[in-house]
Ligand binder design. Structure first.
Ligand code: ATP
Length: 501
């Protein structure tokens, strides 16, 4: 079902998946904290990725490089000079916008432009602009003039000085500065000196750590082309307009692979294989194939060194947006680092008896965006009978058992029967050896089920009188169908295992 961002954000907060960073101080824009359930879900996403792309592949090895690296890494990679977004400021409100995301409605009266309404690029904001513009038009019509409203992208418009009526945040009229380049890297100082020579950067991507360690890995691991180096880690970007919850934040995590290939390899075929493997992985963690699409970057929009780039996009609450980028980058990065570091980074191809700099295919994915995609896909509502048999609205998260924070919850039917309670604790302890499971003895059983539904626990196991008085069987309830079956504890374990937990 289509779910809006506010609903997801609300559920994340209410159930302890995600909080705003430093919330007791009013929050800190672009930063988030993952609460108890969020930390579990995020870890499970990362572990599933590592398992499938590192452990289950003979041709990929892992790396965990430092976040702060020698500043020359970022000079060589082009980030110091070129990692920027165009930015405009509203002169009155001092609000800052990413110019390529800024839309505005141009208001024309009798063919003459009288002003603009600014909005940011996304469906809701565009709708806001249209509404504001329509309101203006109505006002104009009252005054007897015929207004015309045209929605435009700021970057396509000239000249760059506009009057705004009104600025979206303050409601006051404002005007915008021309766009300027704004470097997205966070700076810090390393060592006791606080001058230019001590400036270092928090990495804006994990990929450069892989290139910088390429030679170390070739020299120490028995890797042969084609092979990949994978890394999961934090990245930092001083985004001008962090927005859409965790979709675009200032501190986030990436899961990146540099897949090194020979210049003689068929890169098109390998690129296709990576796109397919990444899409299959998304499906394996519960994203419906129908919600995934490919966005092939046109040749003219590619960086000069890139041969191709395809984004895997997903239907997020705010529209079809990039989830992962899979770029074919030639040997640009290794060439840059070889030249800047004056270190030979060539690979010796034994079969060809030839040295060269390998080319790369780069699948680059955000953990947080994957988290948001998983939340969006899992969010479900239906109606189920409550304890009194009346239909009641139910909100549940249809997480794949593979990544669900809790794989199962164990309940004694009632709390005050020691035999039931103790048997439930035993079952709980047994499952705990294998999985992250939850124990809950309080409240009506229906409410306990509902609580687990809302946090996406795929199975609930109830220990009842039949368990202790009969053959030891327990009930296993399925989150999605709410159907219950009686099974032995061993059968329950097998069932959970077979579900992919
Ligand atoms: P965008 O165009 O959305 O800014 P990008 O093309 O700059 O993204 P890349 O540099 O290709 O992104 O980063 C690779 C991946 O890292 C993205 O596909 C996304 O999943 C994730 N990512 C990038 N920037 C952010 C961010 N600010 N917050 C969360 N995830 C991000």
């Amino acid at each position: 079902m289509a779910v809006d961002m506010a609903t997801i954000e609300g559920l994340c907060k209410r159930r302890g998946f995600i909080f705003r960073s430093s919330e007791i101080y009013g929050g800190f824009n672009g930063f988030f904290d993952y609460g108890p359930l969020g930390a579990e879900l995020k870890n499970n996403i990362k572990q599933a990725w590592w398992k499938d792309f590192v452990h289950k592949r003979d041709d990929v090895v892992g790396l965990d490089a430092s976040i702060i690296m020698h500043p020359n890494v970022w000079r060589a990679s082009g980030h110091v000079d070129g990692f920027s977004d165009p930015m405009v400021d509203c002169k009155e409100s001092k609000l800052r916008f990413r110019a390529d995301q800024l839309f505005f409605a141009e208001v024309k009266v009798d063919g003459e432009t009288i002003g603009y309404v600014s909005v940011l690029e996304d469906e809701n904001m565009q709708r806001d602009a249209e509404e504001k513009a329509a309101e203006l038009k109505r006002k104009l019509a009252k005054q007897g003039s015929l207004g015309e409203i045209v929605l435009k992208n700021y970057m396509d418009a000239k000249p760059f000085e506009y009057e705004l009526i009104p600025s979206p945040a303050t409601g006051k009229a404002g005007s915008l500065t021309p766009p300027r380049d704004f470097n997205l890297m966070f700076q810090t100082y390393v060592g006791a000196l606080r001058d230019e020579t001590a400036i270092a950067y928090l990495r804006p991507e994990t990929a450069q750590g892989i290139f910088a360690d390429f030679k170390n890995i070739v020299d120490t691991s028995r890797v042969k082309l084609p092979f990949g180096i994978a890394q999961i880690g934090k990245a930092f970007r001083n985004e001008i307009t962090p927005r859409n919850f965790i979709f675009r934040s200032r501190e986030f995590e990436q899961m990146e692979i540099e897949y090194f290939i020979s210049p003689y390899d068929d890169w098109k075929a390998l690129h296709r294989q990576w796109i397919d493997a990444c899409k299959a992985w998304f499906v394996s963690i519960g994203l419906p194939a129908k919600d995934l699409a490919e966005d092939v970057h046109p040749q003219e929009k590619l960086a000069h060194y890139a041969k191709a780039c395809t984004d895997i996009t997903f239907h997020f609450p705010h529209g079809l947006q990039e989830l992962q980028g899979i770029a074919v980058r030639g040997n640009f990065d290794l060439t840059q680092h070889q030249n800047a570091s004056k270190t030979n980074l060539e690979y010796f191809d034994e079969a060809r008896k030839e040295k060269y700099l390998p080319h790369v295919i780069e699948p680059s994915l955000g953990v947080d965006r994957t988290f948001l995609a998983v939340m969006t896909a899992a969010y479900s509502e239906d109606e189920v009978p409550n304890d009194k048999g009346q239909a009641e609205k139910r909100t549940f998260l249809k997480f794949s058992p593979r990544i669900a924070p809790f794989k199962a919850a164990v309940f004694p039917l009632v709390k005050n029967k020691p035999e039931l309670f103790n048997r439930a604790r035993e079952v709980y302890a047994k499952l705990q050896n294998r999985w992250n499971v939850f124990f809950d003895a309080t409240g009506a059983i229906g409410r306990r089920y509902r609580r687990q539904d809302e946090i996406g626990t795929p199975f609930c196991i109830t220990i009842d009188f039949e368990t202790i008085e009969g053959n030891g069987s327990v009930t296993l309830r399925d989150r999605d169908t709410t159907k219950q079956v009686r099974l032995s504890v061993d059968e329950v374990i097998k069932h959970i295992e077979e579900a992919g937990a």
